[in-house]
Design a binder for this molecule. Structure first.
Ligand SMILES: NC(=O)c1ccc[n+]([C@@H]2O[C@H](COP(=O)([O-])OP(=O)(O)OC[C@H]3O[C@@H](n4cnc5c(N)ncnc54)[C@H](OP(=O)(O)O)[C@@H]3O)[C@@H](O)[C@H]2O)c1
Length: 56
């Protein structure tokens, strides 16, 4: 599935890890884009986007 996560805190991080592990395509965004990129770099199939791009 293609899934967008909003927020890079505990829940966003945990969802990114688990969804990535099971092969889903994940977009993640948050008000701190550096944090989103750092999180995305830790997982396969996870990409960080600015909020206005994340739902596309
Ligand atoms: N953790 C759990 O086990 C758990 C379980 C059930 C439900 N929940 C609920 O899930 C939600 C998130 O929990 P969490 O543990 O992931 O919290 P968290 O680690 O504090 O993360 C909250 C996220 O929301 C963002 N955020 C907060 N205020 C914002 C605002 N005004 N505008 C835009 N973004 C904002 C934060 O951005 P920054 O990183 O920029 O601060 C962060 O990405 C909460 O409502 C919590 O009650 C959590």
């Amino acid at each position: 599935m293609n899934i967008t996560l909003i927020g890079t805190g505990n829940m966003g991080s945990a969802f990114a890890q688990q969804l990535s592990q099971f092969g889903h395509q994940v977009r993640i965004t948050g008000r701190d884009l550096d944090k989103a990129h750092a999180l995305a770099a830790q997982h396969q199939n996870v990409e960080a986007f600015a909020a206005d791009q994340a739902l596309g």
